[in-house]
Design a protein around this ligand. Structure first.
Ligand code: GUN
Ligand code: ZN
Length: 453
């Protein structure tokens, strides 16, 4: 179906005409050119049709030709908004620095200290405003955030996201163990009660696009009791869950020593009721095939964070193997383990990673750039359970989109008369940045450029 039953739209209908590039369930990348697309006052796509239907559509939907936003041919196109399935908003001050230690040492030396600062609400407000603006400018229409252990500043993050119009999951971090940095942790009962308070308060605010996610930091930071209580709470309230899994070898060994009775890292989460079809786990670099099968059975997803995996020298995630096990995979920046806030950059690093697997393993089936584009858009939405709401340009979905202009005066690359539409798209993917993302929409609302900016 490409058209919904029309209702009079009046002024609130937005109509765009030009090229739309997206992924679908059956195709990693599809170029629709040219098409005419309508977005209603609720931000939903109500039609996407070939341009020969323009006259008919204008009568049915009551819009005038002069109100159609016509994109430049070739140079301009729409892609779906990018989805960052794993980002630590609270690590934004460190972004681009502190990349010289492996994970466990990096946490103690750099990360717990910066997160501790978010006890200060003013610092939280300033920093969170910066990170949400930065990700929006980079085309992240949906983000799955870790905040810190501090409930009030995590709620502040939610209000900033709501105000700026991003779609997000936000987690108050839970951790009751931290021997190496003991000033940054909670008591077990406090961690659970503050999670409840956070979820209740956020839900009560009825922000349309900002939802809570239960967030045990990772196994070494959480007692078995905390994991159990968070699992039980998430299941009772039907909430999403996020954490980290099998990111580095040292971490996997540590988890083995902490939970000798569990079969593996995945089993620890599973035994604590934290692995289901609303769970997204970051990294998974060292997951065995047996563990991937459990991910598939439970419907749990993985956030592939290639920049972080290389920056912290953690290892290389094998996205092809996860996909072959029918595990849902999205992309994450993992700021500040990853140094870039851009999912476009994550796509490039995912492509580099799959190429490295290709030259390390004979007959390895590398991910194509089209498949990586899908991971960054529809795949991310599938991983977060949002694919029925957004992720591509299908009728009935929210219009989360980036208007890409490859010929802006300060574009970081050049296009040539012989370049095909596909060449231009690849140049954007490999060389483009926020300068090319001239407008960003979430649920039909233009969120970039920022209002009053
Ligand atoms: N594992 C536990 N906490 C973290 C974190 O903040 N970043 C990363 N990359 N891994 C983690
Ligand atoms: Zn992380």
């Amino acid at each position: 179906m490409t058209t919904e039953t029309p209702r009079p739209q009046g002024e609130s209908l937005q109509v765009f005409k030009g090229t739309f590039i997206h992924a679908t369930d059956t195709s990693p990348m599809e170029t629709l050119a040219p098409r005419i697309l309508g977005v209603n006052g609720m931000g939903k796509i109500v039609f996407i049709e070939t341009v020969d239907k323009e006259e008919e559509l204008s009568q049915t939907w009551h819009f005038q030709k002069k109100n159609i936003r016509v994109l430049q041919q070739r140079e301009e196109f729409f892609i779906p908004g990018l989805v960052d399935t794993h980002i630590h908003a609270s690590q934004y001050p460190n972004m681009g620095t502190c990349l010289d230690l492996p994970l466990l040492e990096w946490l103690v030396e750099y990360t717990f200290p910066v997160e501790s600062k978010f006890k200060d609400l003013k610092f939280a407000e300033d920093t969170y405003t910066k990170v949400v603006k930065r990700t929006l400018r980079n085309g992240t229409t949906t983000a799955c955030y870790f905040a810190t252990i501090h409930t009030e500043s995590t709620l502040k993050l939610c209000s900033i996201i709501n105000k700026l119009g991003q779609r997000a999951f936000v987690g108050k971090v839970c951790m009751d163990l931290n021997n190496l940095f003991p000033t940054y942790k909670e008591q077990l009962c406090e961690s659970v009660s503050e999670t409840r308070r956070f979820v209740t308060e956020l839900t009560g605010r009825m922000y349309p696009l900002v939802k809570p996610i239960v967030t045990p930091r990772f196994v070494p930071s959480c007692s078995s009791e905390l994991l159990q209580q968070l699992g039980s709470y998430a299941n009772t309230e039907d909430l999403h869950i996020q954490s980290h899994i099998s990111e580095s070898r040292a971490e996997v060994e540590l988890v083995k020593s902490l939970f000798p009775d569990c079969k593996n890292y995945t089993d620890v989460y599973d035994k604590h009721s934290l692995l289901n079809d609303k769970t997204i786990m970051a990294h998974g670099v060292y997951l065995s095939n047996e563990e991937l099968k459990v991910f598939h059975q439970k419907g749990a997803a993985i956030s592939h964070c290639p920049n972080s995996n290389i920056s912290l020298c953690s290892g290389l995630f094998d996205a092809r193997n996860a996909l072959n096990h029918n595990v849902k995979v999205g992309l994450g920046t993992d700021v500040s383990g990853g140094y870039s806030p851009s999912i476009l950059h994550a796509m490039r690093t995912a492509i580099d990673t799959t190429k490295i697997h290709g030259f390390q393993t004979s007959n390895y089936e590398r991910l194509s750039y089209q498949e990586v584009f899908k991971l960054a858009t529809l795949g991310g939405c599938q991983a977060l359970g949002l694919d029925h709401v957004t992720g591509n340009f299908e009728v009935g979905k929210d219009f989360d989109a980036i208007l890409v202009n490859t010929s802006v005066p300060n574009s970081p690359f050049d296009i040539f008369p012989n370049d095909t539409q596909e060449d231009i798209f690849q140049k954007f993917l490999n060389l483009g940045d926020d300068r090319n993302m001239v407008e960003v929409y979430v649920a039909g609302k233009k969120v970039v450029p920022f209002p009053n900016a």
